[in-house]
Design a protein. Structure first.
Length: 493
């Protein structure tokens, strides 16, 4: 009598759904990683782009600025559009546009084509990344699994920049600068194919509940003009009539937007989201933290390049401990600490480690030894960011509902971009001014540059210390789940 082999066990529907959610998280993070990598991978290749296409120094800045203006200006609107028409649709449209624009960037043979393609790339990046965090908190409603998912997302958000420096160095040295854009194409195509199959459909709350055209124009105009004002300070200066005029206009647009949303029957951005102390406080703290950390990711690159003579690949390897530290903390450990002690208690030590790491950078010498003078800072910043980013994102999304999680997600990304742009502009201005003054006094070039970097690193550390103080004052420790459950049971009884 023939015996048949036993059939393999069939996974339960619940187990299959659980597995599908985590695979979906990987798909979303893959799309986000493409955007994050691009934000730093381009910086490493700028000298090669300048030599090839003949950019002037001021013109070269628009390879970065065109992207930043579109990206930073459209994040909040993109997140809200996701709430209205469905976050899946917005994510897919963003990935497709970003991939197409990457092809155009890589194929660019003129300055104008590259700058325009970078602007379009910024639009695609805003559409895709603005809704991802909102999709994650919807996919993972339970506190424990949400903390783990946000930790993975935070690793991509914070660690991807370090990986981008390394990838940029490898691609630029091994092939040419065009491939820093072409590398996005297979990632984008794979993300689109997987997202079409795996990301669940959502219909959104409908345009009737927030289709406010004047509000949308103001919501785009205010942040876009703010970013444009900040990036323009490198040439015009902070005290120039241009900077002050644009800054005043940006504030006026923001005030007009708030007034419009207060009167609208169906506001594009319900202002109730800002009434949450943790949501507003977390975004303010994040702006300060990112402002400080960008001192390392920008001026640190210049220090390694101009003072220590590192090439593009060596710079990427120098920053690798930051990515490893973020990975070690954010993927797993940060989630457990948040569940055990709360997001606020996990955040504050993380910010403290970042501040100490930046503080150690203040003493960097001209003839630094990487292991003794620089590695400790890289490790501390990586560990601190690995604890800080998941905690901040947990707090920033704590007040989001199903109807406005896209908006909250866009707000988180906007505060990151504004903080990065503002910190980069302020720190670069302070560093350059200090170095120029010392050069005028006859100090050698290398020492004048190092003194400028040291001043910027000191200010960066001060910004993160301010973030610690604000976190202690503004943020409230979230109630433990067990306490909340007991209160519900007691009330029901």
């Amino acid at each position: 009598m023939t015996q048949t082999a036993p059939s393999p066990p069939i996974a339960s529907p619940a187990a299959a759904a659980e597995r599908a959610r985590w695979i979906t998280l990987v798909v979303l993070c893959l799309g986000f990683l493409m955007v994050i990598l691009d934000s730093t991978i381009v910086n490493v290749a700028l000298p090669a782009i300048q030599d090839d296409l003949g950019f002037s120094q001021s013109g070269l800045a628009w390879v970065v600025n065109a992207y930043l203006i579109a990206f930073g200006g459209l994040l909040m609107l993109s997140g809200r559009i996701g709430d209205l028409i469905g976050r899946r649709r917005v994510f897919l449209a963003g990935v497709a546009l970003f991939t197409l624009a990457s092809i155009l960037c890589g194929a660019a043979q003129s300055q104008g084509m590259l700058v325009v393609a970078r602007f379009v790339q910024g639009i695609g990046g805003a559409l895709s990344s603005a809704v991802i965090l909102g999709m994650i908190v919807t996919l993972f409603p339970q506190p424990g699994e949400r903390a783990r998912a946000i930790g993975i997302y935070s690793f991509v958000a914070a660690g991807g920049g370090s990986v981008g420096l390394l990838a940029g160095g490898v691609l630029t040295d091994a092939i040419n600068w065009h491939w820093i854009f072409f590398v996005n194409v297979p990632i984008g195509v794979a993300t689109l194919a997987a997202a079409l199959r795996l990301v669940p459909r959502d219909e959104g709350i409908g345009l009737a509940n927030g289709a406010d055209a004047p509000g949308a124009l103001l919501l785009v105009g205010a942040p876009m003009l703010t970013v444009c004002t900040i990036v323009g300070t490198e040439d015009a200066g902070w005290g120039s009539a241009r900077t002050i005029g644009l800054g005043v206009l940006a504030i006026a647009l923001l005030a007009a937007f708030v007034a419009r949303e207060q009167r609208a029957a169906h506001p594009l951005v319900p202002l109730r989201i800002f009434r949450s102390r943790n949501v507003t406080g977390a975004n303010v703290v994040q702006m300060l933290m990112v402002s400080g950390m960008f001192g390392v990711f920008f001026l640190g690159v210049l220090y390694y390049q101009r003072i220590l003579g590192y090439d593009a690949l060596e710079i990427g390897l120098a920053f690798l401990p930051v990515a490893l530290g973020i990975a070690a903390m954010s993927v797993g450990l940060a989630a457990r600490l948040i569940m055990r002690f709360g997001a606020r208690r996990t955040l504050v030590p993380g910010l403290g480690l970042i501040a100490v790491g930046l503080g150690l950078f203040v003493r960097v010498p001209i003839d630094a030894d990487y292991v003794t003078d620089l590695l400790p800072s890289m490790v501390l910043i990586g560990i601190g960011a690995g604890l800080g980013f998941p905690s901040l994102m947990t707090l920033a999304m704590s007040g989001a509902t199903e109807a406005d999680s896209g908006l909250a997600s866009g707000l988180v990304n906007t505060s990151q971009q504004m903080g990065g742009a503002l910190g980069l502009s302020v720190l670069a201005t302070l560093s350059a001014s200090r170095s120029e003054n010392l050069l005028a006094q006859g100090e050698p070039l290398a020492q004048a540059l190092v003194d400028g970097y040291q001043l910027a690193f000191a200010v960066a550390a001060g910004l993160v210390v301010a973030a610690v103080l604000l976190a202690l004052v503004l943020l409230r420790p979230p109630r433990e789940a067990a306490v909340a459950a007991d209160a519900v049971v007691e009330h029901a009884g």
